[in-house]
Ligand binder design. Structure first.
Ligand SMILES: O=c1[nH]c(=O)c2[nH]c(=O)[nH]c2[nH]1
Length: 286
């Protein structure tokens, strides 16, 4: 029997790097979880156990931390590009590198009406994500930066319907003209060109996502995703394509008719079910 190693990459996953900027009494914080993955002619490490071309994942980890000091002053995208380019440009056997960054956001606390200089509370649960891919050396090199939002949990208490769907012998779902619509959006997007400001572009995407979710009178989560995709492409001209994954976090009206009570449940009390959930996905491309 013969086998072929058809693909491989290796790296260090989830380096949790907290960078404090303390050049003035008002500190800043950046909290990044960084995953590196290297591609190149590393077959021998698998096939014969020869590690002579392998830059250890431990070294990748160290580099990610040191680059957080050296290249942390710009945006997360600048950091990711500097780190990925370093691996490809400076380490001969590495021909391609991918750097994935998950950003945890911290919000400055307010004490007696004043923002505190060096204390924050975690903002969440959503994360901003950045993916940088560098392929090839010298003139041939390509650098791609992708953006994302993970776990943007959002709910509207009305302005959502679901009816006139296909039915068969297994259908029990009742039609509704007024329901809760809730989801936790994962979105990733790719750029055809570099935007003037990465942070401004991210803020514009997020505003388009939440604004569209709030204002679109939804006939289905599918329709909401389509409109979100269009709004994002309208908001940020450099974005070429956006992929959206959205679990339908079902909220079922709790049935009061089963109880001996004079209370009515007019869309006020719901059972928030965690599973199973509908999973709606879409990619919208310019
Ligand atoms: O927005 C929805 N899309 C569906 O495809 C679906 N299916 C379902 O049972 N409820 C919903 N809601």
């Amino acid at each position: 029997m013969t086998y072929t190693l058809t693909s491989h990459q290796y790296g260090k996953a989830e380096n949790h790097i907290v960078r404090i900027y303390r050049d003035s009494p008002r500190h800043e914080i950046r909290d990044l979880t960084v995953t590196t993955a290297m591609r190149g002619a590393f077959e021998d490490a698998y096939l014969t156990g020869d590690q002579s071309k392998v830059l250890p994942t431990d070294t990748q980890k160290n580099t990610a931390f040191v680059y957080a000091k050296q290249h942390g002053g710009g945006t997360v995208e600048d950091y990711g590009v500097a780190l990925a380019k370093h691996f490809v440009d400076d380490v001969e056997p590495i021909h391609g590198a991918r750097v994935d960054v998950v950003v945890d956001d911290w919000e400055r606390v307010v004490v007696d009406g004043e923002e505190h200089d060096h204390t924050w509370v975690r903002r969440g649960p959503e994360n901003r994500t950045v993916t940088v891919t560098v392929d090839g050396k010298g003139e041939e090199q390509t650098v791609h930066v992708g953006g994302g939002i993970r776990n943007l949990v959002i709910l509207k208490s009305t302005g959502s319907e679901f009816h006139d769907f296909l039915t068969d012998g297994f259908t029990t779902l009742e039609e509704t003209k007024d329901r809760i619509l809730a989801t936790a959006i994962d979105a990733t997007w790719g750029f055809a060109a570099t935007p003037p400001d990465w942070d401004v572009a991210y803020a514009a995407v997020r505003a388009a996502v939440v604004g569209t979710f709030a204002t679109l009178h939804s006939l289905a989560l599918q329709q909401t995703l389509w409109h979100i995709g269009g709004a994002v492409l309208d908001a940020v001209p450099e974005i070429e394509s956006i992929s959206l994954v959205a679990p339908n976090k079902h909220h079922f009206l709790y049935d009061f008719s089963r109880y001996d009570t004079d209370q009515e449940n007019a869309g006020e009390v719901f059972h928030a079910d965690d599973r199973p959930y509908g999973l709606i996905e879409a990619t919208v491309t310019r």
